[in-house]
Design a protein around this ligand. Structure first.
Ligand code: CUA
Length: 194
């Protein structure tokens, strides 16, 4: 006669499981130790690896950032490409780039070998700054102004790809950075080191 019913909600009685094999315990130990190494590398790499930007970072209202960028555009506009202004700031300048669904504004025209402080912020949601075909990636976050010290080391016509999904037009969000060789005889012409 059937005296006991069983549901899948309760575990069966008795020692139905086997203790972990020694090799499995060793493996879990190694995996855990490796997790700890990677965890320690995150802060360590920030200070030792030189891969994370330690530039300017401050809070900014998106509206204020947009105003600052438009002011920057008015000051240094040299042309236009399909309605987007092309802006050529002088070496050493603070350069402003804003990301919004689904556009990068403005188009930047920079000089090879000159140093700039590149400000990045978003007006609406998170976007991703990815300079193509060069491997430069950065999160662009609304409410924060990141000032990266950059020195273009290659001339060319580059594209900015948005690498953070930001909505229906994400794949159309392409910007442009033009880097020109410095005019002969200028400070920048003598070359930056990066
Ligand atoms: Cu902006 Cu994806």
């Amino acid at each position: 006669m059937h005296t006991e019913t069983h549901t899948g909600l309760e575990s069966p009685k008795g020692n139905w499981w086997k203790p972990a094999h020694k090799a499995e315990k060793v493996w879990v130990g190694i995996a855990f130790a490796w997790c700890m190494v990677l965890f320690a590398m995150m802060p360590l790499w920030h200070w030792k690896g030189g891969q994370n930007p330690s530039g300017i970072r401050r809070r900014v209202e998106p509206q204020a950032y947009a105003q600052r960028t438009e002011e920057f555009i008015r000051q240094y506009t040299v042309g236009e490409d399909r309605g987007v202004p092309i802006v050529a700031p002088p070496p050493g300048a603070d350069v402003y780039l804003m990301a919004m669904a689904f556009q990068w504004r403005p188009i930047l025209k920079l000089q090879k070998g000159a140093q700039y402080t590149l400000h990045l912020s978003a007006l609406d949601v998170n976007h991703g700054f990815s300079l193509f075909p060069i491997n430069v990636n950065f999160q662009v976050v609304p409410g924060y102004d990141y000032g990266l010290r950059v020195t273009p080391n290659a001339s060319g016509d580059f594209r900015i790809i948005c690498n953070e999904f930001c909505g229906i037009g994400h794949h159309l969000m392409v910007g442009r950075v033009i880097v020109e060789d410095a005019p002969a005889g200028t400070v920048a012409d003598r070359g930056g080191d990066r």
